[in-house]
Ligand binder design. Sequence first.
Ligand code: FES
Length: 162
Amino acid sequence: MQGETISRDFPAIDAIIKKYGERKEFLICILQDIQARYGYLPREDLERVAEKLGIPLIQIYSVATFFKAFSLRPKGGHTIQVCLGTACHVRGAERVLSKIKRDLDIDVDETTKDMNFTLKTVNCLGACALGPIVEIDGKYHGNMNTTKVESVLKKYSTKMKE
Ligand code: FES
């Protein structure tokens, strides 16, 4: 469950590993289950997986960093993606990004202290005519500017993820 309080729950991690027969070839499935449980891959859990499967931690990290679906840091309830592709860039995407960073007091790839937002950037969301685009939880907000940022963020500050 995303946002679950982390106390090292090795019995839960061990159960996940056991479910896949403690077999190395199911490493990705094991990581997917851990990510589904905590919303990210806590380091201690990766160490536990390495120990139980008998594979080097570095190998697990290389898998975890190769796939974009995995996160090594806790994620907020809402994920914001600011498009910095060329079309969005020329229409002021950097200003929009700076405003979001300032308002949330975080940098790219960080999560707010209240765990409400995680900020990411992407290179193109495939809707360049609507740029600059900010995507939040999969919903596109087009023609963004620094003024609109505030009201959009406000909406998500109280809104639970659907
Ligand atoms: S460049 Fe932003 S949607 Fe294509």
